[in-house]
Design a binder for this molecule. Structure first.
Ligand code: BES
Ligand code: MN
Ligand code: ZN
Length: 498
């Protein structure tokens, strides 16, 4: 989708030729004399519309307004979170209509966070999955114009939001693809395609290379599948040569049956989302490709299926990881940590500034935090704080969880250096403690996105999280982030409702 940032006040917005004009209305704003301001003011006065969060009012062919359809969307205190919800709700009302061109008029007080929220919400709410439909009816929306009081001041935030939205969309699309399409091989091809489009370094390794690297843990998981595994390395070398990179590591289980420790049948299809960590790495790179920040970033993806088969690994097997540590498999459904541990060891060669793995790792994390916040585990307080702050800023929040050594007690076994599962208690933490053993050589963080990367129910599908968080973290402090903060709302009289 095509986004454009434009300087617009309410009077100019009234004259904008478009199918839909979305007017984001925070509480307590003053109103000018133009047609849009008049519409907002009279709607508020009548009691048919309130500027409260979640309130919408639509008008068709409103007098003096060029847009065919006007949607007023209440935005409460006007915060990024409220603008996000308002734009999402407003854009959702035009899904399935022929609307092609949409203008979002933000309040005059809108800062960078509101611009970001508007772009991401419009992209998000208009996304339609069509890849495997025989009669695709895709998104009609072609163009979204974001109208702000001073476009020049918001340019940097807008550019970054647009890049982020493209990354989120790629992550969603990849994770939504069925598991017979989004195979490890396909993930490798997508990485190569991205690399070609944006000039990234890219290496895609297969069985032979993984054997040579000694990735016995990863290969143990892959063994039961007819689909060959892939280990993907992407590089964005935007920063100074030799500057330590951030390494992102994505769990790319393209389908998780549980293996010999087979999962129950109902809803097993949802385990196609088990490559959402990998999808978020691809998405983050898509955003890096668009925004081109001056940072060095490496993306690693371990991709395979977890299948039961005559060749499959089984409970009791002992695997030798790339680190040399031996692992007793007590449950083949705890496979994510087994592919990630080898990727974490591989990450050492980049002498990274930080390593962040992203994984739909545990059902226990869904129980702990639900779909609101991703689980954050970190061996380094500064890294944890940066990621937490990035999550808040990007409206893609996470919550820090503990890593006390006592949580690793249950991973002890008589038959190897470590077992791949502990008891049921604190399952998200014990999984993180397992990974922690393999991440001793650098500041490390782990994001458990089992609850946040996808939604079940009627709106079943991938969310594209935590691409927003990752992009914000990677770009914080880079030049594209250096735009001044939102100016305090100016007090002089001007046409309002804009
Ligand atoms: N991919 C699952 C985790 C998962 C569960 C993601 C639900 C999204 C929704 C992971 O591989 C898994 O099966 N974990 C097990 C670990 C257990 C065997 C210790 C789990 O959470 O049940
Ligand atoms: Mn599993
Ligand atoms: Zn899994």
């Amino acid at each position: 989708m095509d986004f454009e940032l434009k300087t617009l006040d309410a009077a100019a917005a009234a004259a904008e030729k478009c199918d839909v004009l979305v007017v984001v209305v925070p509480e307590g704003q003053s109103h000018g004399q133009d047609a849009v301001s008049h519409l907002v003011a009279t709607a508020l006065e009548s009691g048919h519309f309130e500027a409260k969060p979640g309130k919408l009012l639509q008008a068709w062919r409103a007098e003096g307004v060029a847009a065919a359809r006007v949607v007023l969307a209440g935005a409460g205190d006007g915060s990024g979170r409220r603008v996000m919800a308002a734009v999402q709700a407003a854009v959702a009302t035009v899904r399935g209509t022929p609307a092609r061109r949409l203008v979002v008029l933000l309040p005059a007080t809108a800062g960078d966070d509101a611009v970001r929220a508007a772009v991401c919400a419009a992209a998000d709410a208009s996304y339609v999955y069509v890849a495997t439909k025989s009669k695709p009816e895709g998104r009609a929306l072609r163009k979204v114009v974001v109208g702000v009081w001073d476009a020049a001041a918001r340019r940097a935030a807008f550019d970054r939001a647009r890049a982020t939205a493209a990354g989120v969309e790629l992550a969603r699309e990849m994770a939504n693809l069925p598991p017979n399409v989004a195979t490890p091989t396909r993930l490798g091809e997508e990485a190569k395609k991205l690399a070609k489009a944006h000039g990234f370094g890219c290496q895609v390794m297969g069985q032979k290379e993984l054997e040579r690297l000694g990735m016995g843990s990863f290969l143990g998981v892959a063994r039961g599948s007819a689909q060959p595994p892939r280990f993907i390395v992407l590089r964005h070398d935007g920063g100074p040569k030799g500057e330590a990179p951030v390494v992102l590591v994505g769990k790319g289980i393209t389908f998780d049956t549980g293996g010999i420790s087979l999962k129950p049948g109902p809803e097993m299809d949802e385990m196609k989302f088990d490559m959402s960590g990998a999808a978020s790495v691809l998405g983050a790179f898509r955003a890096l490709g668009e925004a081109r920040p001056k940072v060095n970033v490496v993306g690693l993806i371990a991709a395979c299926e977890n299948m039961p088969d005559g060749h499959a690994y089984k409970p009791g097997d002992v695997l030798t990881s790339m680190s040399g540590q031996t692992i007793e498999v007590l449950n083949t459904d705890a496979e994510g940590r087994l592919i990630l541990c080898d990727a974490l060891t591989y990450a050492e060669r980049f002498k990274p500034r930080a390593v962040i793995d992203i994984a739909t790792l545990t059902g226990a994390c869904v129980i702990a935090l639900g779909a609101v916040r991703s689980g954050l585990f970190a061996s380094d307080d500064a890294l944890a704080a940066s990621l937490q702050a990035a999550g808040e800023a990007a409206l893609d929040p996470c919550w820090r969880m503990p890593l006390d050594d006592e949580y690793a007690e249950g991973l002890k076994t008589n038959f190897a250096d470590v077992a791949n599962v502990a008891g049921r208690a604190a399952g998200a933490v014990t999984a993180a403690k397992f990974l922690h053993r393999f991440a001793q050589a650098y500041p490390w963080a782990h994001l458990d996105i089992a609850g946040t990367a996808w939604k079940g129910g009627a709106a079943k599908g991938a969310t594209g999280r935590p691409v927003g968080l990752l992009v914000e973290y990677l770009m914080a402090g880079t030049s594209a982030a250096a735009s001044p903060a939102a100016p305090a709302p100016r007090r002089r009289a001007r046409p309002a409702a804009a």
